[in-house]
Write a protein that binds this ligand. Sequence first.
Ligand code: NAD
Ligand code: UD1
Length: 336
Amino acid sequence: MRILVTGGTGFIGSETVVELIKNGYEAVIVDNLSNSKEAVVDRIETITGVKPVFYQADCCDYAAFEEVFKKEKIDAVIHFAGLKAVGESVHKPVEYYSNNLISTCNLLKLMKKYGVHNIVFSSSATVYGVPKHVPLYETDPVESATNPYGETKVMIERILEDACKADKELNAALLRYFNPIGAHPSGLLGEDPNGIPNNLMPYITQVAIGKLDHLRVYGDTYPTPDGTGIRDYIHVVDLAKGHVATIKKLLSNPGLVVYNLGTGKGTSVLEMVKAFEEATGVHIPYTIEGIRAGDVAENYANCDKAYKELGWKAELTVLDACRDAYNFQKKNPNGI
Ligand code: NAD
Ligand code: UD1
């Protein structure tokens, strides 16, 4: 079975390609390398012994994208390709809307034209907006997002919903990721952000190797036990396995399905700092700063549905993720 993986050289995509290959699938990657490097393809081969087929192409370029469908017989698609930086999306909204929406519409047109009926989409917990309660359930309302990046996820979920209503043969899984962290245990694949990281884990790992001076903890006055923000951090290897389980589900012809992929457990910023120190033995100095605009106190998932219907649940811990993220950062101080 051959799976097209858009954005397959990125952080989550590359890890998913490894899991697909380990489970006997063939992977075809399409990526424009706007936020990843071609060297990732060789690293996947080093880990799995199999070199996935790779096309450097932009999913917004219909003609170039169609070449892939002409050459490869595709059975299902996992659609990771997209721009994902929340802050950047506020400054460059049109780029975000056009990249994320046009790539998805091109993909759906090509799937229809070439008779491909299964798609897994990388959505985000951001579609729930500001949580009115935790944990969040798939049945909770999808809100208008607080930034253009999040809005593209809300819109693409809607597009897929409508496409499934119109085409009874189409199966689409909306996977709402919580906070993916960690890296492949080999240290060959991991998160490679440009510039100063916005997200907590890559910031901590850069402090750990001395690239950054200290962590800035954004707020310690939230109504949480230690006052710092609580999130549901999921190891990227667990997340990748969730995609393999979802592909199997789509083959049962379920139409539109929605799953939270998280751990169901919240961890505060200070708990994460302690976990990192415990897992690696490296001290992380920090200062307490003001609250970051747009942040919420607490956000974590209920993941019972994924367990019940996919037989999938997260197995790795925050300690595993800290160890693997640090290993990757040490081996790749300047990225891949
Ligand atoms: P990433 O940036 O590492 O991977 C995305 C890949 O898509 C990159 O390799 C990039 O070069 C490629 N790409 C972007 N636009 C493209 C286009 N038009 N054509 C072809 N390739 C294109 O990001 P990631 O963290 O691996 O995220 C993967 C997906 O999961 C994204 O859709 C993201 O929005 C979503 N997501 C990520 C997180 C997270 O915290 N990392 C959380 C929720 C959802
Ligand atoms: C952010 C995005 C979200 C995206 C997610 C995963 C925002 C508002 N939200 O979520 O849309 O899906 O990343 O990529 O940007 N923190 C610090 N110091 C830091 C960095 C973070 O204290 O240097 C704290 C934050 O305040 C938060 C927690 O760590 O409490 C996690 O932050 P982060 O990793 O950026 O993820 P989210 O804010 O949950």
